[in-house]
Design a protein around this ligand. Structure first.
Ligand code: NAD
Ligand code: DAU
Length: 331
């Protein structure tokens, strides 16, 4: 199978490529990645001799057409992915997330290539803190930020191309991922690298917002389950019952680092900050038989801390600039 992975030099995409090379030797992987600030070719270094990396944008129609024509399957991870950045400058989010997805859809339509679209639970908006309610594939779309609204728009493009043009496509909407190779602008690696540097973790607002954490390996095994067994035209929600508020995550990290439970700071809240995400993954579990492997959050987090400790060369070059951006926003 000839597989085109967009965004394969980013966090989840690079883990997907590692998993694919490890578990599926019959798959030939080509990565299309623009190598933005969030993409790093060294994230693919361990598999560099087994993967072709093409540096380019998913908005480049001739390049996308050529690569899609030479593929049997496209898995589309490439995106601008950080909510805080989308509040400062939404423009690249519209370009990459909407125009990029459109460009890929036109190419898969022309060449009759199977397509899997990677999306987020944020398309559903947020849930109250104090209810057992969870997102399902039937939850109405109600995105809050420029990031999540462009992801929602991209999902709707996929649905329209499947219904109107009959492309063979599946969509997955996953909750918050953690694990190796995640950019240090994101919550968990930001606090981990702060703690390595002896800096106190930073909590937006009161720290009571809830995210539904899943290890990146479990997200990617679910993506493969959908590719292998999912029904075309369907949407599958991916989550591993990992709800935690941000304060709980910071306290767990402080414990892992042997620091005092109060050793953190509250900083300015994110405008429009979604309160709570929670995934009901019954459809994925029952229809496709998927189960997560990383069911103990604390040990998954410990392994992630070990990875950042052992791979300082990978994250250190981005640390000062990332923190300067947060400092300017009072965060
Ligand atoms: P990331 O920011 O770490 O990586 C994004 C990758 O896309 C980078 O390698 C970047 O260089 C590349 N890219 C950006 N613009 C591009 C363009 N125009 N053309 C080609 N490549 C481009 O993001 P991530 O956290 O790995 O997220 C990957 C996907 O998963 C995204 O679609 C995101 O919406 C989705 N998702 C993320 C999470 C999460 O918790 N991180 C959860 C659910 C869904
Ligand atoms: O739910 C899936 C989404 O998860 C993905 O679609 C996004 O691509 C991904 O970035 C993530 O979005 P969040 O906005 O939830 O992730 P982030 O890591 O930015 O923040 C997680 C929570 O932590 C959120 O409530 C904001 C808070 N936070 C974040 C940072 C960076 C802090 O309290 N302090 C911080 O320093």
């Amino acid at each position: 199978m000839r597989l085109l992975v967009t965004g394969g030099a980013g966090f989840i995409g690079s883990n997907f490529v590692h998993q694919t090379v490890r578990d599926r030797p019959d798959v030939q992987v080509t990565v299309l990645d623009a190598l933005t600030y969030a993409g790093d070719r060294t994230s693919l270094a361990p598999v560099a001799d087994k993967v072709t990396l093409v540096e380019g944008s998913v908005t480049d129609a001739p390049l996308v057409d050529e690569l899609v024509a030479a593929s049997d399957l496209v898995v589309h991870f490439a995106a601008e992915s950080h909510n805080d950045n989308s509040l400062n400058d939404p423009s690249p989010f519209v370009q990459t997330n909407l125009v990029g997805t459109f460009t890929l859809l036109e190419a898969v339509r022309k060449h009759g290539v199977r397509y899997h679209h990677i999306s987020t639970d944020e398309v559903y908006g947020d849930l109250p803190l104090d209810t057992p309610e969870r997102f399902t594939a039937e939850t109405p779309y109600n995105p809050s930020s420029p990031y999540s609204s462009t992801k929602a728009g991209s999902d709707l493009l996929v649905r329209a191309w499947a219904r109107s043009f009959g492309i063979e496509a599946t969509i997955s909407n996953c909750s918050n991922n953690y694990g190796p190779y995640q950019h240090i602008e994101k919550f968990i690696p930001r606090q981990v690298t702060n703690l390595i540097d002896g800096i106190r973790p930073r909590l937006y607002g009161a720290g009571l917002n809830v995210r539904d954490w899943i290890h990146v390996e479990d997200h990617n095994s679910a993506v493969w389950a959908i590719i292998d067994k999912g029904r075309s035209g369907e949407t599958y929600l991916i989550g591993a019952d990992g709800e935690k508020n941000n304060l709980e995550v910071v306290r767990t990290l402080l414990e892992i680092f042997g620091r005092d439970a109060e050793d953190f700071d509250h900083v300015a809240d994110r405008p429009g900050h979604d309160l709570r995400y929670a995934i009901d993954a019954t459809k994925l579990r029952e229809e496709l038989g998927w189960t997560p492997l990383y069911t103990d959050f604390r040990s998954g987090l410990e392994a992630t801390v070990d990875w950042y400790r052992a791979n300082e060369d990978w994250w250190r070059p981005a640390k000062a600039a990332t923190e300067a951006k947060y400092a300017a926003a009072g965060q």
